[in-house]
Structures are given as C-alpha cells and as structure tokens.
Design a protein around this ligand. Structure first.
Ligand code: BGC
Length: 756
C-alpha cells in the first residue's frame, strides 16, 4: 500500500512539473510561414462584412437570454441572438466583464455553444476568440485559485513565484475553454490615488518590467500554443496611469521623454517576450485620445516596436471618441479615427454600430480593404497561434485535474505570504505569542471581499454572495491558530454606525489587531477625492489606541491610503494589500511568526495628500533643510519592508571603479542573517546619477534579487551591473550614455562608479 501511495506521489509530482515547463521560447519560423500561407488564403476568400466581423468584439450579454446588464439567471446563450452575431454579423470575438463567475460546466456550455456556431454554421468556420479579465487568478471561473492582486504580487519581488501564479491562472482560464486573458496591467502607477493602483506592479518602471515579463511567460508559455496557456494582453497602451488628477480616464500630460522612460519599457519588454495582444489606453495624452493617436498606435507600436499581434480597444472606447472625448463628430467618424489610428479589434461591445459603420466606410472608399486586411491578418494569426481550430470545442476536465487543487492553492498562499509587508515593528511587537489574548477588529477583519478586491467573481468584487466560505478571513485564520481570539466589527467600511461591544473586548485583551480596509472598487467606480482613510476608521483606531494596549495595525487596501494620524499609535503596522483568498491564512502565519515577513513596498506610501511623490523624484523635491520644505517625506518609502531577522548588509564593492560604455562590473554585497530563523530577503540595487543633462532622479532601481538565508547564514551576493543600467533618457526620448559618476546603493550602503 505504502509503495502504491509513493508511486502515485511520484507520478503526480512529475506530471505537475511537466505541466509547467519554464524554458525559453522556441520560435518556429516554418510554422509561422505555414500560418501565413493559410491566413492569406483565408483572407482572399473573405468578404468585407466577414473581415469587419473579425474586427468586432461583443459583450456576452448581447448573445444571452435577457437584457444587456440584466440577464436572466442562470445566464445562458440565446441561440437566435448568437446566430445574429456570429452568422449574420460574422463577429470574431466575445468577452465578458459585467456579469459574474460561472462554474466550469456553465462555461463549457456557453463557450461550446459559441464555438459550435462559429465553426459549424458559418461559411469560413473561424473560431471565436473569447477574452476575459483573469486579473488575480481565473476570477470569473468558480472554484479557481485566487491570488493576491498584482500590486501585492509585486511586493514579493519574486518573479519566479509571480510567473508560477500566472501559469496557474492560464491553466485555470483555459480549463474553462477561454484562451485570452486581458492581463497583465503594465501601467506604471505614478499616482497613488488612481483607482487601479492595485492592478499594477507598482510605481517603478523596472519592477513593472520584470514582473510583466514573468507574467507574460507564465500566461503564454511557448507562445500560447498549448492547451495550458493563454494569450496575454498587455494593457493599457500607453500612459493610462499618468492621469494628472489620479482620476480614472482623465487627461494625462506626458512629455515624450517621460513617456519613453517611465511608461514604455514594460510594454517594450512584453513585446520582445512575444505578448500576443495589447489593449489601448482609454484616456488621452496631451489632448489626443490614445484610441485616435496614429503616432502611438502605428508609428510607435507597429513601426518602431514591431508589434505583430492584436491591438484591441478598451470598453466602448471607439464610441467614446464621439461621446466623451469629442474628437469625432459622429459615431461613424469615431470608427474612422480609431481604425485609421491603428486599432485591430473594437470592444464595441453592446451593439453593431462599429460593424455597420466600418462596412460603410470601406464601401465609401474612406478606409481601404487593405487596411482591414492588416488587422484581420493579425487576428487570424493570434487565433492560429492559440490553435483554436484544432482545440476541442469544450476542454476535457481530464486534462485539468489540478484545477483549484492543493498544489495551486499552495502557490497562492506562498505568494500572499511573500507579499505581506511589515512596515513598523516597534520593540519587536510582532510576532505575537501563541498565548496572547487577542482582539481582532475593523472592517477588514472578517471580510473575504476586502481581502480579494475588485475583479473577484464580479467586476467590482463587492458581492459577498460569491465568497468561498472554505477560505479564512483574518479573524478565522487567527482563531484557527489560537482559540483565544475574539472578534467584533467595531467600525463599518461604508461608515454605517456600528454599536457592538468592541471597546469592551478591546479592553479585556492583551493585543488588539485592527484591520482597516478599503471597499473594493476599480476604474471610474474607484475614483476618490481624498487619499486618507475614512474618518470613521481613523477615529476608531484612535479610540482603540487610547486603551494603551499593544496595537497592531493591518492595512487591507486598493492603494496606499494615508494613515499619518494613526501610524505612530500602533506598535506594528502591516501592509496586507489585497492578498486574496489565502490572505487571512498568510497574515496569521506572519503575525504568529510561523512565516518570516519578506514583502517590500512596490510603491511609495505617502504621508500627506499634497505630497504624492514617487521614490525616484528629483533633487528639487527632496527635503530642503534651509526652508524646512518637506517635499519628499513619505510615511514609508518604496522598497521598505522589515523581517523578524534584521538582515545585516556589509562590504558593498564594485569589481572596478570604472565602467566603459557597453561594459559590465560586478557589484557584491555581503548579507548576514543574525537570527535563528530562516529569512527571505529582497536585495534592491539602486543607481544615482550625480549630474546629467536631464535632471537626474535621486535614485533609480536597476536590479533586485530575492534570496533565502538560513539561520545565522552569511552570504555574498553578486549583481552584474551593465553600463546600460546607467543610461539616461534624454530630452528627445533617446537612451544615451553620459559620462560621469554614479552611486551604487544597496540598503544603507553606497559606493561610487565612474562611467567613462
Ligand atoms: C477595463 C479593461 C478591461 C475591459 C474588459 C475595461 O473597462 O478598462 O482593463 O480589460 O474593461 O473587461
């Protein structure tokens, strides 16, 4: 019997590993040539209507029973509407966003219906490309593994872990029969108040680039051509996160050199990595809506970056050129502007206006059929890459037996554990003692929706009906470790009055764990006027602090909500971000010291509403001694994060004090774990340019490594610093070398290097 169990274990482990090969991409030019030929033949047979249909993407609501946004439950396909879309209008792509998650069987039925009509009842039998937002796991598939949100994932500084999470997401998305994921968000979060900060990998371009690469690799594997991977969609090209006010989809003013230095690199890298699709920024830059910007969508994206995949619009964004941006005097003109600027597919998504207008524009000779062919070629190429033609109409669950299982859940738990960031730990307040009498309270203490955030089973993620009750809230997870834990809400997330015995329970406890929360929201719904935490929550913490107990402040939030009024009242502060279904358990493991915290802030945590600066600000924005100007004085800086081990850094050295253009130097640093627990440590290497023709930032992250040190271990770590890491983006947006001195900074250590 034991032998049998062991054999099963070995087979299971080997199979599980084989599903997730992490090997470099192997482009197959012959295969691409074969695709090219097939695609050209297909295009030569297509009518204008069929071509435009391929460029049309509809919301699933349009083909379901009921009204758009008000479908009849259980959601199901209306065969008459489906026929109209696929057979009469030749629609090539469908998505969903407004509805809710479905179990696998329901997905199989719906996708099966769609693909059967597309491949059996149309003249050309082209399968539909179904797309979905699987932002932190396959969140629209019931029973899937939910990961921490991307901002939290970035806090792990562990690209391999993040890649694994993306691979699991791809697997579970594909298990539902869906081959296209509208993720990752590669927007660099430069404004902490933006409602989509949690969807990003933080404020630093290099971190976003590295995480983006890992995620693209995870989603697409060998270019998305097998049944376990999906096409990635890098979004939102370009400059979406740069809105001046931080309000979603409002104007950004971005000079060319900043566009190229800050916002472009993650996309550039994702394209190099073979990302198959891109979604366009709904906003405007310098007065031009990006959906109508030829310079960005064609000159930059196609001519310069050589992107060959699909450029899909964002939701209703062609229509919005007319209705919101007012650059187009009619819907038809809006279609003209977007197509001529370079979009391939329009997420219309609720009517046939785009389709009809585009057909008219071609028939009138305003848009050429060759222009359509370019887009259709890209769409068919992605469909070929995903092998939609040969994929079974409905996936067989035999192929996806790991779906939602313990191996995947473990990765989600590890990701949550490595993301949670210990910001303060005064007098070693943490870890908690297992005998401590604990009172846990606050809006996030016993809520799954707050742990998960938006894009969880629904778009805004606010409906508790979809909670997975087998997963632990923070309170449940603490209680599972220590029966001596009491809970009361104390304070409501929506500021509704609460009257309970929280103050009494607090006064009877040894430790108060107060979990503040932000209500899940994204896009326009998440716009705010004030980055501070709500007055009710701040006052509640103050009341608890007046009891003079050990107070642990836990922050569960979409973005860094200002806490300067209360941060100093707490003995310890823990940033949990939105850590997902396993966040409660991960947090309990950290609070009790079963896991040593290792997350680092991927974004500067501001202290004041009017000082929302990033860590890589300019010298003129630093603290000014003379005028006591407090320009950069954040609550916690980007990269900050403590552990229970207090790793010591020493001996920062460069292999040569000089570096030539295109050269490299080795940077070494010694790390010592003085504690008797093992620790994961993110080691961040920054560079500071002393003088430059474009005012230099005070420092820039150029590399990082995450390592594990055993108890009492000392290790010397090497970074290979390239001269190109010292380049600067000049006034014209060109990356150039400028000779001079640079500081290399790791932890509190600094050494100097001269670029010749
Ligand atoms: C969002 C995109 C998303 C799309 C489809 C839009 O409103 O901006 O990020 O992919 O909806 O759900």
């Amino acid at each position: 019997m034991m032998r049998y169990v062991f054999l099963l274990f070995v087979v299971f482990t080997i199979t599980a590993c084989n599903l997730f090969p992490h090997a470099p991409k192997m482009p197959n030019p012959q295969m691409d040539e074969m695709y090219e030929k097939q695609i050209s033949e297909l295009i030569s047979k297509m009518t204008i209507e069929e071509k435009v249909g391929q460029m049309t993407q509809l919301n699933i609501d349009v083909v379901c029973v009921g009204e758009v946004y008000n479908l009849q439950e259980p959601h199901r396909i209306d065969s008459v509407k489906l026929h109209k879309a696929i057979v009469e209008h030749h629609v090539g792509s469908i998505l969903n966003c407004g509805g809710h998650a479905y179990p696998l069987a329901q997905w199989h039925e719906m996708i099966g219906n769609i693909q059967r009509v597309a491949t059996q009842q149309t003249r050309l039998k082209i399968p539909v490309l179904y797309g979905i937002d699987a932002i932190h796991g396959a969140n629209y598939v019931m029973g899937s593994t939910l990961f921490p949100q991307p901002l939290a994932q970035a806090a792990t500084f562990n690209t391999e872990l993040v890649r694994k999470g993306a691979e699991i997401t791809a697997y579970e998305t594909r298990a539902a029969g869906i081959p296209w994921n509208f993720s990752p968000v590669l927007d660099v979060a430069r404004h902490p108040a933006w409602s989509r900060v949690f969807e990003t990998y933080g404020e630093d371009t290099y971190l976003c680039t590295e995480m983006g690469r890992a995620v693209i690799d995870g989603y697409q594997g060998f270019n998305g051509t097998d049944k376990y991977h999906v096409a990635a969609c890098m979004k939102h090209f370009l400059g979406y996160s740069g809105a001046r006010t931080g309000k979603d989809r409002t104007p950004a003013y971005i000079p060319n050199n900043q566009l190229r230095e800050i916002y472009l690199p993650p996309f550039q890298e994702a394209i190099k990595r073979g990302a198959l699709t891109v979604m366009i920024n709904s906003g405007e830059i310098n007065g031009v809506p990006v959906h109508a910007n030829y310079d960005i969508l064609t000159t930059l994206l196609r001519d310069e970056l050589k992107f060959e995949g699909i450029a899909v619009t964002d939701w209703e964004d062609v229509m919005k050129l007319h209705l919101n941006h007012k650059t187009a005097s009619s819907l038809k003109e809006a279609t003209y502007q977007a197509v001529q600027a370079g979009i391939d597919m329009c997420m219309v998504p609720n009517d046939y206006n785009f389709t009809n207008h585009l057909i008219e524009l071609v028939k009138e000779g305003r848009i050429s059929e060759e222009r359509l062919d370019k887009s259709v070629r890209r769409i068919l190429w992605v469909k070929q890459k995903l092998r939609l033609n040969s994929a079974p109409i409905v996936p067989s669950m035999k192929d996806y037996y790991l779906f939602g299982g313990p191996i995947f859940q473990k990765t989600a738990l590890n990701t949550a554990e490595e993301s949670i960031t210990l910001l303060e730990n005064r007098n070693s307040a943490l870890p908690l003692g297992k005998q401590d009498k604990i009172f846990v309270t606050g809006p996030a203490a016993n809520s799954m929706i707050l742990l998960n955030g938006a894009w969880t089973r629904t778009w805004q993620g606010t409906d508790e009906k979809w909670d997975d009750t087998t997963k632990y809230t923070i309170y449940e997870a603490l209680k599972a470790k220590n029966p001596n834990v009491q809970y009361a809400l104390g304070c409501d997330i929506l500021d509704k009055p609460v009257s309970d015995n929280s103050m009494q329970l607090a006064s009877e406890s040894d430790v108060i764990v107060v979990c503040l929360g932000e209500y899940p929201a994204t896009e326009k719904v998440g716009d705010i006027d004030d980055l501070s935490f709500s007055r009710t929550q701040l006052d509640y913490v103050k009341a608890l602090a007046s009891l003079r107990k050990k107070l642990i402040l836990v922050l569960v939030e979409n973005r860094p909500r200002i806490v300067n009024e209360i941060a100093d009242l707490a003995s310890a502060v823990v940033m949990a971000y939105q850590p997902g279904d396993f966040g409660g358990e991960a947090l309990a493991n950290i609070l009790y010291g079963d896991v040593n915290p290792s997350g680092r802030l991927p974004i500067t945590y501001p202290r004041y509403n009017q000082s929302m600066l990033t860590y890589d600000h300019k010298y003129t924005e630093t603290f000014d001694q003379k005028f006591a100007n407090t320009a950069f004085n954040p609550q916690w800086e980007f990269g900050h994060g403590l552990s229970y081990s207090n790793v010591e850094y020493s001996d920062l050295k460069v292999s040569s004090q000089e570096i030539v253009q295109n050269g490299v130097v080795n940077v070494t640093v010694t790390l010592k774990n003085p504690s008797n627990r093992s620790v994961k440590e993110s080691v961040l290497l920054f560079v500071r340019d002393h003088y430059a023709s474009v005012t230099p930032a005070v420092k820039k992250l150029r590399q990082f490594q995450k390592i594990e040190l055993q108890p009492r271990e000392t290790r010397t770590l090497t970074f290979v610093l390239k001269a190109s890491d010292l380049k600067l983006c000049d006034r014209n947006g060109q990356w150039i070398y400028e000779a001079g001195d640079f500081d290399v900074i790791i932890g509190q250590l600094k050494t100097t290097l001269t670029l010749k």
